[in-house]
Design a protein around this ligand. Structure first.
Ligand SMILES: [Zn+2]
Length: 332
């Protein structure tokens, strides 16, 4: 079965959101990925309750995304969590405290459990664990052991000592790099288990980049039992000019892994910061994924992210291209 989605953020006035959700439904979408930020949790829950209700009433599934929560997931929005509780923060290899929460910090895990409980109360169907990562410093290709890295917070140091029997080194080593990846995988497992325990579906989106601050061995995540949907977001701008081969390569990778571990593969399609005239590439990307067997697509974000700093140059053309490609797939 074809599953089509789009992410939605920005507007928090339910009767205005309804118009957009109706357009999303009209486009053939079967689900909406609503961002659910720290600010939404603290301030906009009454609106979120209605937004979720409207989405359901239109016959679509609701996914919630911890957008920018602790800055440890994908998302441009701010985190007040890392300002209010300095103990949650990652610490870099020079000892500096960073404005991003550490996945190994028990208090951050506690916050995420509260977020899951709130998502459950809102009656979400699926939780979207998007791009979990440590602090991402620029890392030239081939520089596997950069001098500047995170995290060396007390929780990471204690955890490493327990596992390795030696102190967490200041200069990155193969052991420290593996520790970081295993920490992310362990945190994802913790989140997926908690999601499943709350009666919701768990999905993950893995960054399609080789970096010491992301998960590089995707099989470790695919193997998580409580995970249902395994996705990636091979966005071709600003670095990739060959859209179909680039997207196709990651679609194949996610499809193969999903098949091996009995998960559903999901592919994210770039729908932001697209220059005018390049909209046809959206169709190329979707086609490349479809050819590799992907049947669950989502686009970031609704209407070319027209209401954000990620705005496409011609948001209407981006949206119309996406809708055309979605409708064409649905007819096959
Ligand atoms: Zn840490």
């Amino acid at each position: 079965m074809l599953k089509l989605g789009v992410s939605y953020y920005g507007n928090r006035i339910p009767w205005r959101v309804r118009e957009d959700l109706e357009a999303i439904r009209e486009a053939g979408c079967t689900y909406v990925v609503h961002t659910f930020s720290e600010e939404d949790l603290e301030f906009y829950q009454p609106a979120m309750i209605e937004i979720v209700e409207i989405t359901h009433a239109l016959g679509m599934e609701v996914w919630l995304d911890p957008w920018g929560v602790g800055q440890a997931f994908g998302g441009e929005t701010y985190s007040s969590l890392v300002a209010k509780d300095m103990a949650l923060r990652q610490v870099n290899s020079l000892g500096a405290s960073l404005p991003i929460a550490c996945p190994n910090q028990p208090a951050f895990r506690d916050y995420l459990l509260k977020w899951i409980q709130a998502a459950q109360r809102l009656k979400a169907d699926c939780l979207f664990w998007d791009e979990p990562h440590f602090m991402i410093y620029p890392e030239p290709e081939g520089d596997s052991y950069p001098k500047l890295w995170a995290c060396r917070c007390p929780a990471c140091q204690e955890r490493f000592r327990q596992k390795a029997g030696s102190p967490l080194p200041e200069r990155m080593t193969p052991e420290a790099r593996a520790f970081k990846e295993d920490s992310l995988v362990e945190c994802i497992r913790f989140l997926c288990d908690a999601t499943k325990a709350a009666g919701l579906k768990a999905s993950v989106c893995l960054l399609p980049v080789e970096h010491s601050s992301t998960v590089n061995d995707w099989a470790k995540v695919a193997a998580i039992e409580s995970l249902e949907i395994l996705g990636t977001d091979p966005y071709w701008r600003p670095h990739q000019s060959d859209v179909a081969p680039f997207v196709g390569r990651f679609a194949r990778r996610i499809h193969e892994l999903a098949a091996r571990f009995g998960k559903e593969p999901q592919l994210w399609i770039l729908n932001f910061r697209i220059p005018k005239g390049e909209e046809a590439r959206i169709r190329e990307a979707i086609e490349a994924g479809y050819k590799e067997g992907i049947r669950n697509f989502a686009a970031w974000s609704y209407y070319g992210a027209a209401y954000t700093s990620l705005r496409a140059e011609d948001p209407a053309a981006v949206w119309n291209t996406l809708v055309g490609a979605y409708k064409e797939m649905a007819r096959r």
